[in-house]
Design a protein around this ligand. Structure first.
Ligand code: SF4
Ligand code: SF4
Length: 285
């Protein structure tokens, strides 16, 4: 078995992460998303660069140039100051590379003895599905587990080729109520809920994730709703439910001043509520 040559837009690679799935993992973040969440902590991953050139003259290190309408980023010259992502008017970044799965594996080759697997996140990683098949094919050849961190918009179980290679999905359930979900993301919650059900039935649901934004998102309703959906399946109590406190770091204006972070007490209250609903494996971060 060998991987193809499908390239993806890669926003960044974290060589060792303990927050992107079980164990020590390499995390690959892809560029581009089909949701536009107001609370997004990585808004520079939402859009693909259109080559407008705004960031070029703003880079203090002269690390960005434009050629034939395409932005070129000089990795060596870049100091990582993030000015480019702050000035980009299109929720993008010039620091995105087009890489094949083989190139990604080459970058993490030295990490392989120390990691349990690879997690692909975003943006929304399933928008670059062919690359995922290539990367997960290589992951399996190296005896690594392969996980998706995904927003629930993809029909995972209809894609047998991908799901035969994928060990599980860490699924964002941003809101159970479809109107609330649509207001936050631009799309309703129905596909996400249906995916939670199908993935659980197939043993491919690794984790549910919900970001807690007090006064904006009805967190208890979301926890109760997803519990109702999953409780028909044996073992739902032990499914990991990650409750993620909203933080304004990285969030774009004006949302960074509109939303507030939950207090530790509010997070503990929600954890207790999730326990009441039957979840036993709750992680609060
Ligand atoms: S982070 Fe962006 S603005 Fe800063 S040096 Fe690198 S390319 Fe230039
Ligand atoms: S990264 Fe943003 S500002 Fe820079 S060229 Fe691309 S779209 Fe324009």
């Amino acid at each position: 078995m060998s991987a193809g040559q499908n390239a993806a837009l890669v926003a960044r690679i974290i060589h060792h992460s303990v927050v992107d799935g079980p164990g020590n993992r390499a995390a690959v973040f892809l560029q581009g998303c089909n949701y536009h969440c107001s609370y997004c902590h990585n808004p520079e991953t939402i859009s693909v660069c259109c080559g407008c050139g705004t960031c070029v003259s703003m880079c203090p290190a002269g690390a960005i140039s434009i050629s034939d309408g395409r932005v070129i980023w000089d990795d060596e010259a870049c100091t990582g100051c993030d000015t480019c992502i702050h000035v980009c008017p299109h929720l993008s970044s010039p620091r995105v590379r087009r890489l094949t799965a083989e190139q990604v594996m080459e970058e993490i080759r030295g990490d392989i003895p120390f990691i349990r697997g690879i997690t692909v996140s975003g943006g929304e990683c399933t928008l670059q599905r062919d690359f995922l098949v290539d990367l997960f094919t290589l992951a399996k050849e190296h005896k690594l587990t392969a996980l998706l961190d995904s927003n629930g918009s993809y029909d995972y179980m209809a894609d047998a080729e991908l799901m035969n290679l994928c060990d599980g999905v860490m699924l964002d359930v941003k809101a159970f109520d479809t109107a609330v979900h649509k207001e936050l993301t631009g799309r309703g919650s129905e596909p996400v809920i249906e995916n939670a059900r199908k993935l659980m039935a197939a043993g491919k649901l690794t984790e549910i994730r919900t970001v807690i934004v007090p006064g904006v998102l009805p967190s208890e309703e979301t926890i109760a709703g997803i519990a109702d959906v999953l409780k028909e399946f044996p073992g739902y109590e032990t499914l990991r439910y990650k409750l993620i406190a909203y933080r304004n770091l990285g969030v774009r204006e004006p949302y960074n001043t509109l939303f507030r972070s939950p207090s530790p007490e509010e997070m503990q209250d929600l954890k207790a509520f999730a326990e009441q609903k039957g979840f036993r494996n709750i992680v609060v971060i």
